[in-house]
Write a protein that binds this ligand. Structure first.
Ligand SMILES: CC(=O)SCCNC(=O)CCNC(=O)[C@H](O)C(C)(C)COP(=O)(O)OP(=O)(O)OC[C@H]1O[C@@H](n2cnc3c(N)ncnc32)[C@H](O)[C@@H]1OP(=O)(O)O
Length: 407
């Protein structure tokens, strides 16, 4: 019997979450009600095989910052799972069909996700659009430079919950400055404080340091500290979760604070932007080990509105030949004209200059993956000699796109 897809009812939340936890081979985490607070029951699916709940998925109504600073409605796919007894029979495919059709019905031009395994979602049209920088700074050996403009800052340790509103005000100011960031409701803001004891790996509870100038909060960092003693020497580690700052000096002062915490000799972070200033703040780059991993996957659901919603670094006027097997309404030729102030994207019969699939457009959409690098991998074809490079530069972003947290 083919499992039946139905919307999740609030009373089914516990079994839905149990199915999900089992599929990820994790125990049900503490504080899971925090996730319930952001669940959208009219976008959360269950797959039922008789009385057995065998599949889950959910989309969040997100808004993603795109190049130029606009905030674009996005169906953020998450909580996808299929019971081990029902895998490789097409259940994920059926749920994706429902979720992407629903995203389109809602008029959201974009869909996005972070993947448990990056190999799964290309077949559904999602391309890797942002990356996370994983950082490990050997703070016993490097210094972190702080510019003189930081001298009037006051740093203050505060309760993360009590300081939530001040921190969110900093986050809101940072929102348009980098593509990839998500608008945060109060529920999403609170979720960033999710800190169940079972997930602290022996570290402290979440700490928060505020940077203030003239009594106004201009930056914050949230982190925990793992104490670790080797032969009576402190080898503790600071684990940075989130750092936002209004200006460069404040960002440097916060990194300096983290690097100087007594009884620690390392600062680690696993979700920083690829161009995080820390690479230029440390006195010895080799002792700030930096590594990239995939982060946000983007899928244009309505290609025309999606490409017209962002701006372009250089003026461009080009025709793209696009294929999209899973959402065939996007397949065809599109004329894209735009510059740093806006863009138009419409269907055309004119000759195409570049040929690519919606996956490559998703990857390039936020300006973090270049069309040139995709062409060098044989994934974008230049149909008119010389067309590719200017379009590739126009799609770029002066700051790397960045998703500050998962969803
Ligand atoms: C956005 C998120 O929530 S990411 C979280 C994803 N969930 C997990 O990783 C939890 C553990 N895994 C699972 O629950 C399941 O294995 C899932 C959800 C990944 C796949 O569900 P299934 O119902 O088995 O997938 P389904 O049978 O629909 O497969 C669809 C296609 O994806 C492919 N696929 C499925 N799983 C994987 C995988 N892990 N890696 C690569 N390809 C995969 C299938 O081969 C199939 O390809 P095809 O259409 O080209 O033949």
């Amino acid at each position: 019997m083919t499992p039946e897809l139905r919307l999740l009812k609030p009373v089914e939340w516990s079994s839905w979450h149990r199915t999900l936890a089992r599929a990820f081979a994790t125990s049900e985490s503490e504080g899971i009600d925090t996730w319930r607070s952001v669940t959208e029951f009219d976008r959360a699916l269950c797959a039922w095989d008789g009385t057995d709940l065998v599949g889950t998925s959910n989309s969040y109504s997100l808004r993603t910052t795109v190049p130029g600073g606009a905030s674009v409605p996005t169906g953020g796919l998450s909580m996808v799972s299929v019971a081990p007894t029902h895998r490789r029979r097409g259940l994920l495919r059926d749920m994706l069909r429902w979720q992407l059709d629903d995203t389109r019905r809602r008029g959201e031009p974009l869909a996005s996700l972070t993947a448990s395994e990056p190999g799964i979602y290309g077949r559904f049209g999602y391309g890797p659009a942002t990356h996370w920088l994983t950082v490990s700074v050997d703070t016993g050996r490097v210094r972190v430079a702080v510019p003189p403009e930081a001298s009037d800052l006051r740093l203050r340790l505060v309760d993360p919950l009590e300081a939530l509103a001040e921190c969110e005000a900093v986050y809101a100011r940072a929102l348009p400055t980098r593509p990839g960031r998500l608008e945060r409701s109060e529920e999403w803001a609170r979720l960033q404080l999710h800190d169940p004891p079972g997930e602290r790996a022996g570290g402290t509870e979440l700490q928060c340091v505020l940077a203030e100038r003239d009594g106004r909060t201009v930056g914050y960092a949230r982190y925990s500290v793992q104490g670790h003693w080797v032969h009576s020497n402190a080898e503790g580690r600071v684990r940075l979760r989130e750092l936002e700052a209004d200006d460069a000096a404040t960002g440097a002062a916060l990194w300096h604070h983290l690097a100087g915490i007594d009884l620690t000799s390392e600062v680690t972070a696993d979700k920083r932007p690829p161009d995080d200033p820390i690479a230029h703040l440390v006195s010895d780059m080799r002792r700030a080990r930096l590594r990239l991993r995939d982060s946000l996957f983007v899928r244009p659901v309505e290609l025309g509105p999606a490409l017209a919603a962002r701006t372009y670094q250089l003026p461009l006027d080009t025709v793209l030949e696009v294929t999209d097997d899973f959402c065939p309404w996007n397949t065809g030729r599109w004329r894209l004209s735009g510059d740093a102030t806006g863009a138009v994207c419409e269907r055309t019969e004119d000759a195409a200059e570049l040929s690519l699939s919606v996956v490559e457009l998703g990857a390039a959409y936020l300006g973090g993956t270049s069309l040139r690098s995709l062409a060098d991998a044989g994934r974008v074809r230049e149909l008119r000699a010389g067309a590719l490079d200017p379009v590739s530069v126009a799609f770029g972003s002066s700051r790397a796109p960045f998703l500050p947290h998962g969803f």
